[in-house]
Design a protein around this ligand. Structure first.
Ligand SMILES: NC(=O)c1ccc[n+]([C@@H]2O[C@H](COP(=O)([O-])OP(=O)(O)OC[C@H]3O[C@@H](n4cnc5c(N)ncnc54)[C@H](O)[C@@H]3O)[C@@H](O)[C@H]2O)c1
Ligand SMILES: C[C@@H](O)[C@H](N)C(=O)O
Length: 372
């Protein structure tokens, strides 16, 4: 209430983010308090409870490994028509007919704004990105999509008072970060354009939160493993491809050394965490960027678990020096104790559960293919 009154008093004060938007926004300084004293619910726009309980959601980059699964989860919760998937690629029939889909290029600021306005969007889940391996192969494009695109997203979200989720990654850490375990707050000097862009996203998102009251929420995901969607060329992709190869040929050639340990997570845990942090009350989030963890393994340990399901399975190693250097600079284990303490994060899938679930999926798929 006090905040709303102050908002009224200062409504003449216009602070323009880079988009040139003219929504009145009260900078923290005008309230005479340090940004660090502002409670984390410091959203100077009034957010109605219906925005939180009945959100209208836009997912950018929704045709990648994670977006379709997230849309399904959110549609089950908020209704099919309240969750819009978007991307610059053409959707499959299955995706197109399972709920609203529209074209959206995050580099086109006016198009983004039009989509948000015309669809009365209240939550924005920003999944568009170039991942670590593809980013190193095309740095200028990764810089455009991951940094310029993010600026468009931030400005749109600030202008239209959206709750904004931007995922970060284990890749936001680098060789000088503590690796085992890696806490939320430590040195972050990543050596990939992907990592640099994600540190930028974390910092500028938090800055917009403290400066403009943007409701910015960010989770650092581990490598995500899924059976029914393909990864978009990252360093952790081996842990998805290995299952398909084990089922298909009983063989896999791994591009990382057998003892390369990285944090990983099954997709259902990742998507549930995303919904949980989006629904968390603002006052349960003293931080705006959290590590989340589930398990951590090496290719050798994963192969040993797969052998329990495919006894003849064999892995050979042909190291890709670029990807190995990236993996060697990333965390081996994530310390996610703040997420567990602040908003009750817990994972359900450990390594044996993950492997069983993946094989159950492939087995039921191949049975269904035989029947049809
Ligand atoms: N999958 C993982 O293991 C993982 C781990 C950590 C963080 N993340 C983060 O989660 C998010 C989603 O990851 P993902 O695995 O689904 O990624 P992905 O690479 O599979 O998909 C990214 C999508 O972004 C789209 N895109 C590219 N340029 C675009 C543009 N100009 N406008 C709109 N869309 C554009 C692509 O078409 C693609 O469908 C990313 O931000 C990623 O950094 C993923
Ligand atoms: C870890 C994550 O951000 C992504 N899967 C990558 O390897 O690039």
């Amino acid at each position: 209430m006090t905040v709303r009154l102050l908002n009224g008093v200062f409504s003449q004060v216009l602070l323009k983010p880079a988009c040139g938007c003219t929504t009145p926004i009260v900078p923290v300084q005008f309230l005479g308090i340090s940004p660090f004293q502002v409670p984390s619910r410091a959203n100077f726009h009034s957010v109605s409870s219906s925005d939180t309980e009945h959100p209208r959601v836009l997912i950018t980059g929704g045709l990648g490994q994670l977006g379709v699964g997230l849309a399904k989860l959110l549609r089950n919760r908020f209704g099919k028509d309240n969750v819009i998937l978007s991307d610059i690629r053409k959707p499959s029939d299955h995706v197109f007919y399972s709920g609203p889909f529209i074209y959206s290029d995050i580099l086109d600021y006016k198009n983004l704004r039009e989509i948000v306005v015309n669809n009365r969007i209240t939550w924005l889940i920003h999944y568009s990105a170039l991942l670590s391996a593809v980013g190193e192969a095309n740095v200028p494009l990764a810089r455009d999509v991951n940094i310029t695109g993010l600026h468009n997203i931030l400005d749109t979200a600030t202008e239209h008072n959206l709750r904004l989720f931007v995922p970060s990654t284990i890749g936001a850490f680098g060789p000088s970060s503590p690796r085992n375990p890696t806490p939320d707050l430590c040195i972050q000097r990543p050596r990939t354009i992907y990592g640099v862009s994600k540190v930028h996203a974390e910092l500028i998102g938090e800055y917009y939160h403290y400066r403009y009251g943007l409701d910015f929420r960010c989770l650092r995901y581990p490598g995500i493993i899924s059976a029914d969607s393909q990864p978009g060329r990252g360093t952790t992709d081996y842990a998805v491809h290995i299952f398909h190869n084990a089922m298909k040929s009983g063989k896999f050639q791994c591009y990382l050394k057998p003892d390369t340990r990285l944090p990983m997570m099954y997709i259902d845990d990742c998507l549930r965490a995303t919904l949980e942090i989006m629904e968390a009350p603002a006052d349960s989030l003293p931080m705006r960027t959290y590590n989340i963890g589930a398990m951590s393994f090496t290719p050798e340990e994963l192969a040993q678990e797969i052998v329990k399901h495919v006894p003849e399975f064999q892995v050979t190693y042909n190291v890709d020096t670029v990807l190995q250097a990236i993996a060697d600079s990333w965390p081996m284990n994530f310390d996610d104790s703040n997420a567990r303490k602040d908003w009750g994060w817990k994972h359900y899938y450990d390594l044996p559960e993950l492997v069983t679930t993946m094989f159950n999926f492939y087995t039921s798929e191949s049975r269904a293919a035989h029947v049809s």
